[in-house]
Design a protein around this ligand. Sequence first.
Ligand code: ZN
Length: 111
Amino acid sequence: MILVFAFVSFPCMIHLALHVLVPLSIAWSYGHWRNKPFWRPFLVMMATMAIDADHLLASPIYDPNRCSIGFHPLHTLIPILIYGLFCFSSKTRWVGVGLLLHMALDALDCL
Ligand SMILES: [Zn+2]
């Protein structure tokens, strides 16, 4: 992670940090509220970061000035609606929350 920070700009560092800190705070709050371990929902939400594998289809793979939402195939409307459906099942809820959170944080780059 430190190696990644050596090659990215400050806004990008903030973006990457939010992708960890926001799920961590949600998982921690959930664990504290429900008296359950926070690490499971946190790890599930971290695993949803794999959705960024669709960046490999773009050229360049990373462009700090590009809005991911609506550009990358798994960051478009139909998949986002499906991620929302994941939230309705208790078995896929954290996957859905993690994916929607990821989309919301990526959408911050579009402002
Ligand atoms: Zn993304």
